[in-house]
Design a protein around this ligand. Sequence first.
Ligand SMILES: O=P(O)(O)OC[C@H]1O[C@](O)(COP(=O)(O)O)[C@@H](O)[C@@H]1O
Ligand SMILES: [Mg+2]
Ligand SMILES: [Mg+2]
Length: 314
Amino acid sequence: MPFSEPGKTKFQVDLRRHLREQQIGDNLVHLICEIAEASKYVINAVRTGDLGVAGTSNLYGEEQLALDVLSDRIMRKRLIHSGVVCNIASEEMDEIFQAQADAAGLYSVAYDPLDGSSLVDVNLAVGTIVSIYEGCNLLQKGRNQVAAMYILYGPRVSLVYSVGKGVHEFTMNHLMEYTLTRENITMNSEGNIYSPGGLRNKYNAGDEKFVRYLEDRGAKLRYSGGFVPDINQVLMKGKGIFMYPALNGSPNGKLRILFELNAMAYLVEHAGGAATNGRQPLLDIEPVSLDQRAPVYIGCKNDVKKAMEFLAEA
Ligand SMILES: O=P(O)(O)OC[C@H]1O[C@](O)(COP(=O)(O)O)[C@@H](O)[C@@H]1O
Ligand SMILES: [Mg+2]
Ligand SMILES: [Mg+2]
């Protein structure tokens, strides 16, 4: 039942109550609520934590910031203690962590604890991205996610989730509770915002033509350099496209299927948008490794289709 019915103001609905209305298992409700709890410690770390480097590097050889390591620890600890998780994969861990052996009713979680962490020192928005699967297999199609969510740490903290029954936004209130602010978010078929990641002088001909087409159409450039706020803008306004294409020297772009792309693709598809690697829906890719990357075109259906046409012609 929608929460916008007369007599119930949307702002009184907390996350747990909303999840219970989705007719999903208790373990999944519990897991999503635990992740929401973890995010309160992550935002505290973002607001007050050490901005320096951790002195370590992740699976991709990227220097880890102290905040990456701390956010990862916060998330992992909470997932382990939830008691409903078997396998955990994180952008900041080299391999899969087994919290407990395979058993009925357990979930596996892939996450990026603090996407865009290098933007914290200049006070731009960052976020946590989470994909949830039933059972213990993490190397499976994104379409098999049973839930996806992100938490955006901006001027306000918001949490956007879907369990395949609409996409819903919650905002943290002064008591640090998440309360419903937008229910059943839907995207238009096209829009006038574009958010192009990566160095443009490394774009291939099709991407360059597509960006020129958007500019000629009068689309507005709206790119912050943070995947979570950039996607949030497209999703909440219901218009436009985010892309991080293949680049000269990086044929798979930058963003990772497991930790970054799958959750966003699931949310955007469930809001009526589309997400592809330029050839096929991202959610249909069967990943073979944790660190697999893909080019991404994600947002309004017609805009994504147009991008694919330009790529096919080039
Ligand atoms: O500035 P770049 O290198 O083009 O990358 C921008 C992209 O990288 C990200 O910062 C992800 O990288 P991290 O997970 O390492 O922070 C995204 O948020 C953003 O879309
Ligand atoms: Mg990331
Ligand atoms: Mg990260």
